[in-house]
Design a protein around this ligand. Structure first.
Ligand code: ADP
Length: 304
């Protein structure tokens, strides 16, 4: 387990998912029912919140992860890797009798795509409001919620909102991520100081253009909340709490080698800058720079 922590440590907490990724780089995406050779492979820790924690640690922040851990072989690999990256996971619930989720990812070097096939054991648990309630919220500078198991996340947000009301001078800012295209995900729209929407979820809401989404959602998010929408190769757009529309272009790498987790990288870098009180425009621009750099390299190490 990671080292013990005390109050006011400026930790950034990522709440969400962790799994094992097996990533194969191939010259091109293979034909179905064919046999071909990969150029390279990497076994690494994956999952949105888990990836964002890695990026935060690379940027010099102090990340903590709240995700379900297992104690099988893959679970041990994940915990060792968290330790090696200085990511605190002392509050993660550990389930001894279940297998870790697993993802197989094929990177095509000719097209830059990443094709993901994910296995999640049936009834695999997510962090609960009970897990969240054990945290000493005074330690955190920022909390980010991956939009997974939304009803439970909404209960955690209720706990955080209540704590913030009682501790106004130590208020913890928080962000939510709406990525998964389910009706329940919409419940997060009205939560948080920053609302991140994925391209897919924005389209799921019926918007084809991110700027019209920023305008359409302005009345649904909390008054004063920022809305941020990363849009792949086009960079990102945002709407500040006082209604200013902001745009930042993508920073294209010489070659796209691994775009897995580009969105997780963008969120981590943007949250990091916001937690340092940078402006929203500086934050999304930094998010694009780091996410662009990530697309040009395999994995996350050395991203800063
Ligand atoms: P994901 O597919 O992981 O959800 P997105 O497509 O939303 O990620 O992209 C997130 C961010 O990653 C973008 O805002 C951009 O900064 C960066 N990005 C993604 N694809 C590229 C690319 N081909 N070139 C440069 N930057 C990219």
């Amino acid at each position: 387990m990671a080292t013990d922590t005390t109050e006011n440590e400026d930790l950034i907490l990522m709440v969400g998912y962790s799994c094992l990724d097996l990533v194969l780089s191939a010259p091109r995406y293979p034909e179905e029912d064919s046999m071909s050779r990969a150029l390279d492979y990497h076994k690494r820790r994956g999952g949105n919140a888990s990836n964002s924690s890695t990026v935060l640690s690379q940027l010099g922040a102090k990340p903590e992860l709240l995700a379900v851990m297992t104690s099988d072989e893959y679970g041990e690999f994940i915990q060792n890797d968290l330790k090696a990256n200085g990511i605190i996971f002392e509050n993660c619930p550990i389930y001894p009798n279940i297998n870790s989720p697993f993802t197989s990812i094929i990177l095509s070097l000719s097209s830059g795509t990443r094709t993901i096939l994910h296995y999640r054991p049936k009834d695999y648990p997510n962090p609960t409001v009970e897990d969240f309630s054990k945290l000493n919220l005074a330690k955190y500078k920022w909390i980010h919620f991956e939009g997974r198991a939304v009803p439970e996340v909404l209960k955690m947000i209720d706990v955080l909102d209540a704590w913030n009301t009682l501790n106004y001078d130590k208020k913890v800012l928080y962000s939510v991520e709406l990525e998964r295209c389910y009706e329940e995900t919409k419940g997060l729209l009205s939560k948080g100081n920053v609302v991140f929407l994925s391209k897919e979820f924005t389209k799921y809401l019926g918007y084809t253009c991110p700027i019209s989404a920023l305008q359409g959602l302005a009345q649904i998010v909390q008054p004063g909340a920022n809305i941020v929408i990363p849009w792949g190769e086009q960079g990102a757009v945002a709407r500040s709490g006082d209604g200013v529309i902001l745009k930042s272009p993508a920073y294209k790498p010489t070659a796209v080698l691994d775009s897995t987790g580009a969105g997780d990288t963008f969120i981590a870098a943007t949250v990091y800058y916001l937690s340092k009180k940078k402006s929203l425009l500086e934050a999304i621009d930094f998010g694009n720079k780091i996410a662009g750099a990530k697309c040009g390299m395999v994995g996350y190490l050395g991203i800063n």
